[in-house]
Design a binder for this molecule. Structure first.
Ligand code: FAD
Length: 419
């Protein structure tokens, strides 16, 4: 079966119904264009909804300079998008959907009820009112021999001709929610430069003993400082919480350092992370209290009473420090302040919160149109940038969706200029 979508005003195809694609669709429809949004899944916004399960952190309230630095090497690029939609604009946009927001103690911004579902419901209602047509269960498969968009649908293949296309296909994590990265070869075949998708905001492998795995996997490690020494002499330090897993370690503290950790592992096969298990005590204080006579008490009891370590932290001391280190108060104190953990690999991309890599900046013009494919724009996590959690991911997805849509509008206007 074949069906063509050609009309006046022209049909714009937005492929991918995550935050980036929906934002692009909204802007285009509000500009009076006829917008058809396609998604492979039975419903749109599945990853967005999942992001809302643990508390939807939609953006961050920190100052613009600090905000943009979170995008590391891609900061100058993302900055261009934030010129069109920054965190303040995004909050106003959310309020426009009838959803209130608040700033948490860490500066992170959340919808008042912390959920994504009411926001998505209100947004989809407004999109439908604006005339966006949603075509779910439409899996884009690239282009057919006539250069039309080719979709697999429950009714068979569908061929769609569009005046412009916005691809917002997501990265490569949590493939069961729709973003499976299958688009990469279709763009590469057409000369689009793509950096390999890699896990970002991900967990890491660590070779725990069977004892630690059996008794502590799944337990949170609270109030620690993680330190990472980089090859250029810089030391990165973050305070927070993480979780011990069967395979290693994950959680917000680890995600915050995941990009440099991943890069170190790529470069040298491992990354050495240090954990300060007692961040509110100095090494000197610890050493003094650990040197006091034990009066027959076990090391475990001493670590609990004198160093304030809970059972997981005590188990880590046993796991990561040698017998000789544990026997000497000075070495023990030093070990508690800088517990060595050797990370040997990232967890698989599919488990990650987000992905690094994707369509490279040099493949796109400033309006996010593919240089090799005029009229085809890209937005969202499928682009080659990464950021830590904290609302930075969604902000860049929304903003790039808007940039791509504005790019479509400019491009169409230029197409219509008289010869
Ligand atoms: C557990 C979890 C928690 C998160 N929490 C947060 C958070 O609190 N704050 C934050 O900022 N970010 C968070 N994120 C990240 C955030 O959800 C993503 O960065 C964001 O959803 C990416 O948006 P996107 O529109 O680029 O892609 P996606 O949301 O992945 O959407 C892509 C869409 O494209 C569709 N698609 C893919 N391929 C095809 C195809 N071939 N044909 C048709 N359709 C296709 C998919 O079905 C999907 O609907 C979280 C992610 C996860 C996994």
């Amino acid at each position: 079966m074949s069906s063509n979508l050609v009309s006046d005003p022209p049909v714009i195809a937005v492929i991918g119904g995550g935050p980036a694609g929906l934002m692009a669709a909204e802007r285009l429809a509000q500009a009076g264009l006829s917008v058809a949004l396609f998604d492979a899944m039975p419903s749109v916004g599945r990853k967005f909804l999942l992001a809302g399960i643990g508390g939807m952190n939609i953006t961050h309230s920190e100052a613009a300079d600090a905000f943009v630095e979170r995008y590391r090497e891609a900061a100058p690029w993302v900055d261009q998008w934030l010129q069109q939609l920054n965190s303040t604009d995004l909050r106003e946009w959310i309020h426009g959907l009838g959803i209130a927001t608040f700033v948490g103690s860490s500066g992170r911004v959340f919808p008042t009820d912390m959920k994504a579902a009411p926001l998505l419901r209100a947004w989809l209602k407004r999109l439908r009112k604006t005339g966006v047509t949603l075509h779910t269960r439409h899996r884009w498969l690239g282009w057919d021999t006539q250069q039309q968009l080719l979709f697999a649908t429950p009714d068979g293949p569908k061929h769609v001709q569009a005046s412009a296309v916005v691809l917002a296909l997501g990265g490569g994590s949590w493939a069961r929610l729709g973003s499976d990265g299958a688009w990469q070869p279709w763009l590469q075949e057409r000369g689009v430069a793509i950096r390999k998708l890699l896990p970002a905001n991900c967990g890491f492998n660590l070779d725990w003993s069977p004892h630690l795995r059996q008794h502590f996997a799944g337990q949170p490690l609270k109030q620690v400082i993680a330190r990472l020494h980089l090859s250029d002499g810089q030391t990165l330090e973050r305070r927070g919480e993480c979780v011990i897993t069967l395979e290693g370690i994950e959680g917000s503290l680890i995600y915050a350092l995941s990009a440099p950790l991943r890069d170190l592992i790529t470069a040298q096969g491992h990354a050495d992370l240090q954990l300060d298990l007692a961040p509110d005590r100095t090494q000197q204080q610890l050493a003094s209290s650990l040197a006091l006579p034990r009066n027959g008490k076990s090391l475990s009891a001493i670590l609990r009473k004198s160093a304030g370590l809970d059972s997981l932290k005590r188990a880590l001391v046993h796991e990561c420090l040698s017998t000789a280190q544990r026997a000497d108060p000075l070495q023990l104190a030093a070990g508690i302040k800088a517990l060595p953990l050797r990370l040997t690999g990232t967890r698989p991309l599919d488990e990650a919160i987000s992905s690094a890599g994707g369509v490279m900046r040099e493949a796109l013009d400033v309006q996010l149109m593919l240089k090799q494919l005029p009229g085809v724009f890209c937005a969202g996590e499928m682009l080659d940038w990464e950021a830590p959690t904290g609302g930075y991911l969604l902000t860049a997805c929304f903003a790039s969706g808007l940039v791509a849509a504005n790019g479509v509008l400019d491009w169409l206007n230029n197409q219509e200029l008289p010869e």
